[in-house]
Design a protein around this ligand. Structure first.
Ligand code: SAM
Ligand code: SF4
Length: 345
C-alpha cells in the first residue's frame, strides 16, 4: 500500500457504511477502468516511443475485472468509464462490455461509457450501442493529417474519422477530447470547435498533465486554458451552462454555434474538492488520484479472500484518497512517473 499525504491536509478517519465515502466526505461514484495499458498509437504527450508495457500475465481476467467493477457498483458507483491504453484493442473487449452492460438493467449503474482514440470504432460502433453504451469520448487533437500522424506517431487520421462517422451513424453521442498544446494545435482550437459543433459533437479541451517520461518538453507545450478561453471570448459569446457529465469538465455554450465547449483544467484550476473518481488499472491496482501515487492492490485481496477481502480493501482505499494533487507545469521532469495510459484518462 502506498501513501503520499504531502498535500493532503489532516489525515482522514476511517469512513463508515457501505457507500464509498472518503475521509474528506466525498462520495466515490465514478470508476474509470484502464482495461489495458497497450495502445495502437504512441501519442507524444502520453507515451514514450519505446514503452514498456505491463506483463500480460499480471493482467486481470474479464471475470476478475467484472467482479471488482460489480462490487464498486454494489457500493454506490453509478458511472463506469472504460479507458486505457486503448480499450478497444484489448482482445474480445465486447465480452467484457456485454457483461458490464447487465448492470445497466438493474438501474444501479446509470452509465457505462468509454474513452477511445477512435481507431477501432468503425468495427465496434454498432456493438457498443447494442450493449447499452450511449455516449463516448473520442480523442482527436488535430484535423491535419500530417500533424495527426506526428502526434500519434502511428495513427491515421482517415481511420479515426471513419470511426467517428460510424459511431455517429450508429447513434452514439460523441464528445471530442482535444489536449491543447502550445505550438502544436493552439491555432486549431477554433476550427476544431466549429467542426465538432457542426457535426453535433461536444468538444472538451484538456490541459496537458506531467504524467510519465516523454520525449518533448512539457513546460514548453503547456497551454493554460484560461488563455484559450479569453481568446475565444473575444470572438464568441461563451454562455455559462449547468451541463454536468459526472467528470471534471466545466462547460459553456457557444452562442454562435449552439454547441457545448468543455474545459478540463487540472493544472491551472484545482477541481479536487468535488472529486468523485477513482481509477482501476488492468492489473488490479486502484489509484485514488490521477496526480498522486496513492494506490492499493485489489487483485490479491480478491484472490485470497473473495468479496470480503475486496470490501476491506475498498474501505482502506477510501482512507488513502488524498485531498488533491499539486501539479506544477513549470517543472521539466514528470510529476508522476506513471504514464496516463496506465490509469487512463
Ligand atoms: N486511448 C484512449 C484515448 O486516447 O482516448 C483512452 C486513453 S487516453 C490515456 C485518455 C485521454 O487522456 C485522452 O483524451 C488523451 O488525450 C488524454 N491524455 C493522455 N496523456 C495526457 C496528458 N499527459 N495530459 C493530458 N491528457 C492526456
Ligand atoms: Fe494511446 Fe490514448 Fe495514450 Fe494516445 S492518448 S497513446 S491513443 S492511450
Amino acid at each position: 500500500m502506498k501513501m503520499d499525504v504531502s498535500s493532503s491536509g489532516t489525515p482522514p478517519t476511517r469512513p463508515q457504511g457501505t457507500k464509498l465515502v472518503d475521509g474528506f466526505g466525498r462520495n466515490v461514484t465514478y470508476l474509470r477502468v484502464s482495461v489495458t495499458d497497450r495502445c495502437d498509437f504512441r501519442c507524444t504527450y502520453c507515451m514514450s516511443e519505446n514503452m514498456k508495457f505491463l506483463p500480460k500475465k499480471n493482467v486481470l481476467s474479464f471475470e476478475e475485472l467484472s467482479e471488482i467493477i460489480g462490487r464498486f457498483i454494489e457500493r454506490g458507483v453509478t458511472k463506469v468509464r472504460l479507458t486505457g491504453g486503448e480499450p478497444l484493442v484489448r482482445r474480445d473487449i465486447m465480452a467484457l462490455i456485454s457483461r458490464l452492460s447487465k448492470h445497466l438493467d438493474g438501474n444501479q449503474l446509470k452509465e457505462l461509457t468509454l474513452t477511445t482514440n477512435g481507431s477501432q470504432l468503425a468495427r465496434y460502433a454498432p456493438d457498443l450501442i447494442e450493449n447499452g453504451i450511449r455516449r463516448i469520448n473520442v480523442s482527436l487533437d488535430t484535423l491535419d493529417e500530417k500533424k495527426f500522424s506526428d502526434i500519434t506517431r502511428r495513427g491515421r487520421l482517415a481511420q479515426v474519422l471513419a470511426g467517428i462517422d460510424a459511431a455517429d451513424k450508429a447513434g452514439l453521442k460523441i464528445k471530442i477530447n482535444m489536449v491543447a498544446m502550445s505550438g502544436f494545435n493552439d491555432e486549431e482550437i477554433e476550427p476544431m470547435m466549429i467542426w465538432a459543433h457542426g457535426r453535433g459533437f461536444d468538444l472538451t479541451l484538456i490541459e496537458e498533465m506531467p504524467l510519465g517520461e516523454v520525449s518533448g518538453n512539457r513546460s514548453k507545450s503547456f497551454l493554460p486554458l484560461r488563455d484559450v478561453r479569453d481568446k475565444l471570448a473575444s470572438k464568441f459569446s461563451l454562455e455559462k451552462i449547468d451541463h454536468k457529465t459526472g467528470g471534471p469538465a466545466r462547460f459553456v455554450r457557444i452562442a454562435q454555434t449552439g454547441g457545448r465547449l468543455g474545459f478540463i483544467t487540472p493544472m491551472s484550476h484545482i477541481f479536487c474538492e468535488s472529486c468523485n473518481r477513482v481509477r482501476l488499472t488492468c492489473t488490479g491496482k486502484l489509484f485514488l488520484c490521477l496526480g498522486k501515487e496513492n494506490n492499493l492492490d485489489l487483485r490479491e485481496p480478491l484472490r485470497q479472500k473473495g468479496l470480503a477481502g475486496l470490501d476491506a480493501a475498498l474501505d482502506n482505499a477510501m482512507i488513502l484518497k488524498p485531498k488533491g494533487h499539486d501539479f506544477d507545469h513549470t517543472r521539466k521532469e514528470p510529476a508522476i512517473d506513471r504514464h496516463m495510459s496506465v490509469t487512463g484518462g
